[in-house]
Design a protein around this ligand. Sequence first.
Ligand code: NCD
Ligand code: ZN
Length: 346
Amino acid sequence: MAHEITLPRPAADFHVHVRDGEMMKLVVPTIKQGGVSVAYIMPNLVPPLTTVDAVLAYKSRLEAVDDSITYIMTLYLSPAITPEVIHAARQAGITGVKCYPAGVTTNSEHGVASYAPFYPTFAAMEQEDMVLNLHGECPSSGHVHLLNAEEEFIPTLKDLHSRFPRLRIVLEHCTSAAAVRAVLECGPTVAATITAHHLFLTIDQWAGNSYNFCKPVAKFPSDRDALLEAATSGNPKFFFGSDSAPHPITAKEKAKGASAGVFTQTHAVGYLTEAFDKLGKLDKLVPFVCEYGRDFYKISEKETSWKVVMTKQESIVESQIGEGNSGVVPFKAGEKLSWTTTIVEE
Ligand code: NCD
Ligand code: ZN
């Protein structure tokens, strides 16, 4: 009998990119396929989601594709997000605000150059108990480069936390031992998401392979090991956010300027189970994927009529989803995983 794990409820993924239009129709069904029923949806569309109405309209488009998923919504921080917008957002059921430093990643050109002008917005968020999602990197310039961009951001994280100690902050997709330490040093209102791919990748696997290139970039083996340790530690400050970020093959196979983002949605829980199993930490899987994030966010969600069963049985990651050059190549495409995800309808 194969080793089997039935998740007590489907996973919650607190950092998801599903885009819009045709790409959205392709990618949204893969949320459930990957074992996830709660998806925290990123707002870096083109143009970015900077109004309550735009967020709500987007949520309706997502529900039209798959209504069984609970979509948790976040606004894109810009000068349009005033304290009044925060109050309206809370009323409308929007959970968070995502802050992209200008120029650090995909669709961040409308992002933030300086934090002080947003202090009144952050104060309103603290008052409304909303969540600030931080892309924790400083833009490259001078001594700041891809490999230290996250570490250089830590003083900003700590400064925002000390100014707004009751504001819930998530340091998104943390990738370095330094960031893990910083999150541990902050109070209980500061948490971090960890992706699946950063539990595998180091710098050697993305240099020369744009399918493994994402922001923040994967760093040194010691950093990867610190992420594995944090994810499997049983500390509720660290929970799952896949940062699954689909880009069409044409945007990835570019000699110059390949888009940043790794697509992991189809096997989200599968990759994690593999990583936790290798460390003999399967007992920590359910808290990391099902519990800590839900608790931190205090979300309410739809009932699901399906279960996620992980079986220790080989599966092969598909070579791509979607047709031709507008398709998307998943992380570890064509490679074996030792776990298979099955969605069981009840
Ligand atoms: C994300 C994307 O493609 O939208 N890319 C990435 O490399 N992670 C944006 C982001 O989360 O940084
Ligand atoms: Zn992201």
